[in-house]
Design a protein around this ligand. Sequence first.
Ligand code: ADP
Ligand code: F6P
Length: 317
Amino acid sequence: MKIGILTSGGDAPGMNAAIRAVTFAAINKGFEVFAIYDGYKGMVNGNIKKLTKNDVDEIINRGGTIIRSARLPEFKELEVRKKAVEQLKKHDIDAIVVIGGDGSYMGAKKLEELGIKCVGLPGTIDNDISSTDFTIGFDTSLNTIVEEIEKIKDTGRSHSRCMLVEVMGNHCDDLALYSAIATGADLVISKNHMISNEDTVKRLNKMKENGQIFSLVVVAEKTIDTNKLLQDIQENTDWDARLTILGHTQRGGIPSAMEKVLATKMGYYAVKLLSQNITGVCVGIKENKIVYEDILDALKKETLVSNELVEVIDNLN
Ligand code: ADP
Ligand code: F6P
């Protein structure tokens, strides 16, 4: 078997560890592995190169993805996908491992309809894929956020300020909820834990009345306008407030040890599934067990909100 591997959508720490695991596992089984550069864009353009163990041996510790990632909206068009399949055929590639999110999974499933076997691995910092408890990238990103927030707390406390921090997550609450708990934030605002600006102002005023000298508010991106919240706090409370939007630092860096283990287990498992002729599925971890599920079934399900986390937050703040 000849397996193509690509990373697609937003990059995530741990993608390289997964690439390495797929390459090692496949070569050990007597298969060949091909890097498809720049996601589906490289597949359509034929930017494809055979990988050796040497190419990937030293990448387990590297953030980002050595085969790069991209977004190609045109991949939704059948004609574009047919061009991609022609390129795969030129290299006799009959199976692919796609590391990405829901959109990338959909692209893979549609290639399956054109005769290409596929397995998806969940690669995104957002943790927004229903078929897994944890995605490759989430743990590292969470650790980065927590490290950054601790620095923000140092300066915020020194100046008796209210610090607002906006974190990524793309409509998924997890990075905000987990980081809020891990940093002991006073408030968290996310899709399933909405607090109006008015209410936030009231709560911050209460904290001031109670003699609190520092406050921390974590906000999930794409939920509220954080600049407007900053203005409301400045105008309606005695807090001197500052806003930090963490941005793309959250996507980079050395993957955590847990990330490397997760990505390596999943990469190995993807090759195992393909060698058993199991295709059209995505790999996940559920209750600490590696599992797989049909991509279409996975895409139909909503990502579960962690009610447990919400309960903890509501009862501690
Ligand atoms: P993610 O994989 O992280 O969800 P995107 O939604 O940006 O990221 O999807 C990544 C890529 O997957 C897109 O740029 C596109 O090339 C491909 N893709 C997304 N949705 C589809 C679809 N419905 N059909 C075919 N390809 C798709
Ligand atoms: O999906 C990962 C993610 O980092 C989201 O958290 C964020 O909303 C988005 O990608 C940012 O995308 P871009 O790299 O296009 O700025």
